[in-house]
Write a protein that binds this ligand. Sequence first.
Ligand code: 26W
Length: 821
Amino acid sequence: MQENKGGRSEAAAIKKAFAKNLYHNIGKPFMAATPEDFFNALAYTVRSLLLDKFIHSVETYLKKETRVVAYFSAEFLEGPHLVNNMLNLGVVEQVREAMEMLGLDVDTLVNLEVEPGLGNGGLGRLAACYLDSLATLRIPAIGYGLRYEHGMFEQRIEDGWQVEYSDNWLHFGNPWELYRPERTFRVRYGGFTEHYTDAAGNFRVRWRPGMEVKGVPHDTPILGYRVNNCVLLRLWRAEATKGFDFQDFNQGDFYGAVESKVQAENITKVLYPNDQSQAGKRLRLEQQYFLVSCALQDLIHMHVHMKGLDLAELHKSIAAQLNDTHPSLAIVELMRLLVDEHHMGWDRSWTIVRSIFSYTNHTLLPEALEKWPVSLFQGLLPRHYEILCEINRRFLDQVRVRFPLDDERVARMSLIEEGPEKYVRMANLACVGSSHINGVARLHTQLLKKLVLKDFHRYWPDRIINITNGVTPRRWIGVANPGLTALITEAIGEGWLGDLDRLKKLEPFAEDAAFRDKWCQVKRRHKEEVAALARERFDIILDPDSLFDVQVKRIHEYKRQHLNVLHVISLYLRLKNDLASVKTPRTVIFGGKAAPGYFMAKLIIKLITSVARVINADPDIQDRLKVIFRPNYNVKIGQIIYPMADLSEQISLAGMEASGTGNMKFAMNGALTIGTLDGANVEIREAVGRENFFLFGLTAPEVQARKESGYRPLDLYRDNEHLRQVLDLIENGYFSRGDRSLFKPLVDNLKYDDPYLLLADFQDYVDCQRRVATVFRDRQEWLKKSIRTVARMSRFSSDRAVREYCRKIWRVEPVEVVMGG
Ligand code: 26W
């Protein structure tokens, strides 16, 4: 796959290092080693190659006085590291050869890696793609996050329902992390504040916290593609202090002491599995503050103690990005550190804070906008609440000057929502404390300006900017699809994975019949592998010649997996009626997790698995339609799924999906998209060409108009006979063994409310799917579209996105890391 000068001797060296690691690190003879031992020995071997570059990177960055990007995120969904590191190091073939010499199969070992699933979905995975690009673009950067002991839950399907099991990713150890106890910081909570006047006559505030925990960092080096630069992923773990909380108050109370130890360590026990809905849980606020407090102490330590610089210059050495509002307490915490602890004046501190932070918004959904009850906030962080109120007071004074007598505007822009229960609005805080606010796709940014952040946009017309998301081609093409990678390299030469614009050179190959044939074979091999797996593991026969129609993403009503199901049932009815009327056999594949407390999402999973059970067992259908729900969708499974898809389902209601990034991963692997004009779909369609994109559905303005004019889904149900048949079949218990109550909440919701306008888009979607099926039958035409799509996807590389952040927000420059220098 890559140039392989001296490959043999390198393979021999890897083999030797592997044997050493098995001996010295694992402590086992070859014959007694388990597969996991072999995996760990290989991981340590690759890690030492990585560490060489990591150490040089750290040295270089510490010596140079450049600005460092600090990416603050409650989630980093890294996925497995081993192959990615091998690819970025350029040792894939050498490792394969070394393992062969030992009689081991590298793919088997690679598959044993348990992925760190420290994220819910798009937002966490985006953070991981951005670290890969930051390293590849040689930008000095640190990702700050939390080391959850249990990441995203494992999903199993039992009796058709989602059942959650706790994820234990650390069970076999984690060879990638470096434990750094010497960089522990203390994080404090609760208590009260005292006001006093210092010797110089200044008004000061002292925070007397009620409890304290330790934050211990675990570092993972993230290597760039074929460069020496690494970025650092620093995840914090909570540990109990032998603090005053139980020594002072619970003298001799052993159980009390253990209890507070457990309480402290609970902070980083588990990732909240909620995607797009905010629960207002105390522990989550504790997590958020824990993250920002550790990260800021760490950054100040580096600036002042390691680099010897003045705190007043902090903004010259850091650009901090807030990945959604989850870490936006950082704004208040940095004010507290500067004003209370370092006695800097308010205005000067505020200027520094505002030039350090920027905020990325990832959602328009009102239920996902974070707000905390003031009582909770104030109890946990009493000093922060005072500072927040002061930020608010000063800010609203300015708003009143600009907009006199406009109390409603002032109320909307306030950091505090008034009412019987008062709330702190985190998005408003993030806006006020940031130099830039960015949306994650063009449409999303327009809607932010027009709706959610309208007042802030009016107030600061230049502050909201767009940076459309991107994904790393290294993991999503290079690692996931080595066959396609080799074929593209054969056509356009090496180097394109590090410079995706070169993919444009692929375009003329769409006209080359021999190339199309190879392209077809690559896809086919992935489909065959999946078919073999499905037969082995689930006893289901899949036809690799059928259209693989795939929807993988979190289960959410706005993403409309159930619209996809309605189409499946519509196809089924047509097949039952006249087998010959459906000429293109299909395999419809779903995957995704539902938030454990989200009833409707769980019912959608039950609907998918119930429909699958009936259809897959129906002999009348003669295997022309198969429906699969792949359990436990995660990064690892994504790497299998994207390469085998023919059709990518991106069917959210227009105006709801901020960007989507799965849409990009599918298209980069040659799937064509069926989609609405939502999120980044709009820009993908522009890039790949409208003739290569299957468009359907209402546009965002049409959706708004429909809702305003009083949308009545029941009318659509009455007027569209086919739609009625589909819904009635569900309602009458056809898929639930005659149980008419099971899916009633779902069907009733569609008939009487339909907040995501499925019924309005149904017919257009079904018609569009017919066009898909027709084009698919013209195999050569389909392949041309597929090749052109890939050739035109370069804009959606996270390298492009990260370059935009560097230029428009962070103002950072690449730094070269010289080995042995
Ligand atoms: C407070 C609970 C909560 C948790 C997570 C609210 C919101 C979130 C995230 C913002 C959810 C998320 O992952 N959003 C997705 O972010 C992706 C990266 O920008 C986008 O591509 C998706 O459209 C967006 O849904």
